[in-house]
Design a protein around this ligand. Structure first.
Ligand SMILES: [Zn+2]
Ligand SMILES: [Zn+2]
Length: 358
């Protein structure tokens, strides 16, 4: 039996676990480590028994908890070399000051933000890569001021090493030593991971009894991929964060027993919505995100109907409604004779989807 549980999906964090009796793989680690652990336990999975974390691409909503999770449970991380390099560039302080001086600077900035009451809000000038368009566009000033890029990461570390959720107000500042794991020389490198395996799109590999085939997807990241996972005779496909369904993607979607596919936005909602024009252009572009309509068109025509379960993932909270995404997909499937066994599920940002056993 293969079990698939979407722990969360959307522009604020993506994470899914696929497990067999022998192997447990996490696809992306876009929630905080603590949240991933909480949701795994809620779903009956043990975070200490993870065999690997596979990364689709380096955007923040796919790697938010990666560093802490990999260190805490000594989990091997699988990524393409380009994705790993891009992630390292994002997470590593771009400054000539010492690490301790940088941490002190960040602590002071944290204190200032607590005083001003802005802690917890995302600085849009911080420029960290993300799929949340409201956090997306770095200003020219921010680009010229590279150290600010790590404000989000600092706050992430603070939040993840705190025992309790950090609230605004009188919460005491964390000690510097709380910001990094103790007594580990390697931890002085923020990009340190206990074990990294580089894979290449199109070249399969095995993790335990799960056979993994990564494939290239069109998205504005360094080397983004989707995954085909094969185990116990089942074929599971994850294709999210893609501007359009390129021919190679369509090929890999064939024969899926379970399909996790992006249904990001309703085009009308996006066009009429509050995002700046340049952000709308990015989402709609060939390296942006897949709309309800684009997915519906595929499901109504070329899709082979093999999947028992179709999970719609990465729904935009600003530019989509679950009912719109569902009706678009179900309408497309209902229009085709013989595909009525395809069950449509909607992944949520805020809670895990019920586990699906294949
Ligand atoms: Zn994303
Ligand atoms: Zn992305």
């Amino acid at each position: 039996m293969v079990r698939v549980t979407v722990l969360g999906s959307g522009s604020k964090g993506n994470c899914t676990i696929v497990s067999t009796s022998r192997t447990r793989i996490l696809l992306d680690a876009g929630l905080s480590c603590r949240e991933i652990a909480k949701r795994m336990r809620f779903s009956g999975e043990d975070p200490e028994k993870l065999d690997a974390v596979l990364i689709t691409h380096e955007h923040q909503d796919h790697v938010q908890g990666l560093s802490v999770l990999a260190r805490r449970w000594n989990v091997p991380v699988y990524a393409t070399q380009a994705t790993h390099t891009a992630w390292r560039a994002w997470i590593t302080p771009r400054t000539t000051m010492s690490l301790n001086a940088w941490l002190e600077l960040r602590r002071q900035q944290y204190a200032a933000s607590m005083k001003s009451g802005v802690y917890g809000e995302v600085d849009p000038a911080a420029g960290a890569p993300t799929d949340n368009p409201s956090m997306e566009i770095p200003s020219m000033a921010a680009a010229a001021e590279q150290p600010r890029q790590h404000a989000i990461r600092f706050e992430t570390i603070v939040a993840e090493y705190a025992d309790e959720p950090i609230a605004k107000g009188d919460t005491p500042l964390p000690e510097l030593e709380e910001l990094l794991p103790p007594d580990n020389a390697a931890s002085a490198d923020p990009a340190y991971l206990p074990c990294v395996e580089h894979f290449r799109a199109g070249i399969s590999f095995d993790v335990g009894d799960i056979h993994v085939t990564p494939f290239t997807i069109p998205h504005d990241a360094a080397d983004p991929v989707g995954f085909v996972l094969q185990a116990e005779g089942m074929r599971i496909v994850l294709a999210t964060d893609l501007g359009y369904l390129a021919p190679n993607v369509r090929m890999h979607l064939r024969g899926a027993d379970l399909l996790m596919i992006e249904s990001n936005h309703d085009v009308e909602m996006l066009r009429d919505g509050p995002y700046p024009w340049i952000v709308k252009q990015r989402v709609l572009s060939r390296v942006g995100h897949l709309s309800n309509d684009a997915l519906g068109e595929y499901l109504a025509s070329e899709y082979d109907g093999a999947a028992r379960h179709v999970i719609l993932v990465h729904l935009s909270e600003s530019n989509n409604l679950p009912a719109l995404a569902r009706s678009s997909a179900e309408r497309a499937l209902d229009g085709r004779m013989g595909l009525l066994t395809n069950r449509v599920h909607l992944a949520s940002q805020n809670e895990p989807l019920e586990s699906i056993d294949l």
